[in-house]
Design a protein around this ligand. Structure first.
Ligand SMILES: [Zn+2]
Length: 119
């Protein structure tokens, strides 16, 4: 269950970017295919890791990136569904570029209301 350690490291990164007293609503994360994140397991891990934290009600928006391939024959780069996809030139001599990305892209936060605003 490597999703749990991913969730914990995402919380660490998110905390560094979270303004004081702000309530995080949605966190958007981009994950490369080499990370092999299973969305259901990730959702479960996120709930487990954020329980009793300031992220308990935060939605995790996981965006799975496609494979990025580089054709060694025609030197074209393109996005593919799987790492063994053939290039448009007919070559199957392609190699993946990256794929191990795991990046917190954005965080949607609600500013905490001050007592003056509460009536
Ligand atoms: Zn090609």
């Amino acid at each position: 269950m490597h999703e749990l350690s991913i969730a914990e490291s995402l919380i660490d990164v998110a905390r560094q970017h979270l303004p004081p007293a702000a309530q995080p609503r949605t966190i958007t994360v981009h994950a490369g295919p080499l990370r092999a994140i299973e969305p259901d397991a990730m959702e479960w891990a996120w709930r487990a890791a954020t329980e009793k934290t300031e992220f308990a009600s935060t939605k995790l928006d996981l965006v799975e990136l496609p494979w990025r391939l580089h054709c060694l024959t025609c030197r074209r780069d393109w996005d593919a569904d799987h790492m063994n996809a053939a290039c448009a030139c007919g070559s199957t001599n392609a190699r993946p570029i990256g794929g191990d990305e795991l990046q917190l892209m954005s965080m949607d936060v609600a500013e905490a209301q001050t007592t003056e605003n509460l009536k």
